[in-house]
Design a protein around this ligand. Structure first.
Ligand code: SAM
Length: 276
């Protein structure tokens, strides 16, 4: 018998995934967590019914959320990741030789523990001595931390449940406050094509930065085509990969050329931004 998992997006848009096996399911204090073996995409993390990451295409999202900011900054030594419980962003951040410390703040310890067990290829960076994990709300962490960071990466889930505050202006102001004078913040900004409300909200929140840009990629298991990241910078131009100093070998999606190209926006997306 075939098993199909349904992911609902709107009343008129849902996606069905064929599942080979349900490997894990639990209700954590924050969300429903599942690990499934997908027919086409390998093992996947599902939170509250939404696909978070799959073995087949995770590299696209994780490379693009990490390496753009890390290559736009001349010396990204201190990095903060908010969310990111599957570990993919941490894995990519730790590939940069200049990174001295990577703090990661994930609200749900069960996500990290379960991904270490079922998705070890993604959750591979947690044992690195440069990685420091905090299990708490990212919005509260950025309000109270004394840390000063070169790069802040917001790798949160969709704006429901525990992630709601991570889409608000106060969180962005707090992130601005914990960045050094030439710091850079990047946040996943959802879909810029059809479900634009959250995309617009993230873009608006970035106005606290003197420079802000949107860049794009596509992730097959994230719905509706283009996937957006909003990037804010206190000083450096985020659209420029600065030099080869931090070049990381063996990436499958990110290159210096892809970095520049990802900032080229189709007119209809530029128009959405201009109208916010
Ligand atoms: N890239 C994925 C996507 O967009 O589908 C998201 C990756 S990661 C799994 C998202 C993580 O953010 C989850 O593990 C979730 O527990 C965490 N998260 C949600 N709200 C949070 C909060 N307020 N503070 C810290 N982490 C949070």
């Amino acid at each position: 018998m075939d098993i199909w998992m349904e992911e609902n997006h709107t009343d008129g848009y849902r996606v069905n995934w064929k599942i080979s096996e349900l490997l894990w399911r639990e209700q954590t204090p924050f969300q429903e967590l599942m690990i499934v073996d997908m027919f086409d995409f390998g093992k996947a993390l599902i939170l509250d019914g939404a696909v978070q990451t799959t073995e087949q295409d995770e590299f696209i999202y994780h490379e693009m959320i990490s390496h753009v900011a890390l290559n736009a900054h001349p010396d990204p030594a201190q990095v903060l990741i908010i969310g990111g419980g599957d570990g993919g962003t941490l894995r990519e951040v730790l590939k940069h030789p200049g990174v001295v410390r990577a703090d990661m703040v994930e609200i749900d310890q069960r996500v990290v523990e379960t991904c270490k067990r079922f998705l070890p290829g993604i959750a591979s960076g947690f044992g690195d001595p440069r990685a420091q994990l905090y299990f708490e709300d990212g919005a509260r962490f950025v309000k109270k931390t004394q840390g000063q960071y070169d790069v802040v990466i917001v790798d949160s889930s969709d704006p429901t449940g525990p992630a709601v505050e991570l889409y608000g202006p106060e969180f962005y102001r707090d992130c601005f406050g914990i960045l050094k004078d030439d710091g850079i913040m990047v946040a996943h900004a959802e879909s810029p094509t059809f479900f634009t409300a959250y995309f617009k909200a993230v873009w608006r929140n970035m106005e606290v930065f003197p420079r802000r840009n949107v860049y794009l990629t596509t992730v097959p298991t994230y719905v509706s085509g283009f996937w957006a990241f909003a990037i804010g910078s206190k000083k450096h131009d985020p659209s420029k990969a600065r030099d080869d100093k931090h070049a990381v070998d063996g990436l499958k999606c990110y290159t210096r050329d892809v970095h520049g190209a990802s900032f080229v926006l189709p007119p209809f997306i530029q128009k959405i931004i201009d109208q916010v």
